[in-house]
Design a protein around this ligand. Structure first.
Ligand code: GRF
Length: 207
């Protein structure tokens, strides 16, 4: 049984999709042991509590310095027996030591088809604003492993979503979540939990 810690900062709809997929059996061989939020007012915490999952708040800003933050995060992850870290709308940059320690065991959901509209500064609504500005007809979401770069790690799954006339960033964000994010994040977790994902030469192979 794969032991997962989910890191959140906001509404937690992706966390909810994972919780629901575990409950329905869409994800097998996995359980969420802990949810860590970077903000104490994140609605994601309520979703975790309602599902009977343990929660913690670790805010970078409230730590003395970066090594204090690093220590608190690593301690919490280890105490929970974490085998896979899922970034589900997590807005804090991870310490390098954590990325090293959990190499190819941290995944992130990004709301575009990487390498479009990703990297530094591309988060939240900004991603969809830029997609609309460029006039792309297709956008989507990507689940990828986290490496030291920003949105540069090996890609696990992508799903395309059509841009429609009259889309606003908010409308597009909602469609990308509904049609792509909430589907591919649980799917990637299920594949990993069932030993179907390997990384070779910085590329993902699915068996
Ligand atoms: C999602 O759009 C995700 O792709 C992005 O942040 C948003 C998180 O939403 N990184 P939620 O907290 O899962 O509702």
């Amino acid at each position: 049984m794969l032991n997962i810690t989910v890191l959140v900062s906001g509404g937690g709809t992706n966390l909810q999709a994972i919780i629901d997929a575990i409950k329905s059996g869409t994800i097998s061989n996995a359980k969420i042991s802990l949810v860590i939020s970077s903000r104490k007012d994140a609605y994601a915490l309520k979703r975790a509590e309602d599902a009977g999952i343990g929660t913690m708040v670790i805010s970078r800003k409230e730590c003395a310095d970066s090594s204090d933050y690093e220590n608190k995060m690593l301690e919490a992850l280890k105490a929970a027996g974490t085998e896979l870290i899922v970034l589900a709308g997590f807005m804090t940059v991870l310490p390098e030591s954590m990325i090293n320690e959990y190499e190819n065991r941290i995944i992130n959901i990004h709301p575009s088809l990487i390498p479009s509209f990703c990297g530094k500064g591309y988060y939240g609504l900004k991603v969809h604003e830029e997609a609309l500005k460029r006039g792309v007809k297709l956008t989507g979401a990507t689940v990828h492993f986290v490496d030291k770069g920003c949105d540069t790690g090996p890609i696990i799954i992508q799903k395309a979503v059509e841009v429609e006339d009259g889309d606003t960033p908010e409308i597009l964000q909602k469609r990308v979540m509904e049609q792509a994010e909430w589907k591919i994040l649980p799917k990637a977790i299920d594949l990993i939990a069932n030993g179907k994902v390997t990384v070779r030469d910085e590329k993902v192979f699915i068996m």
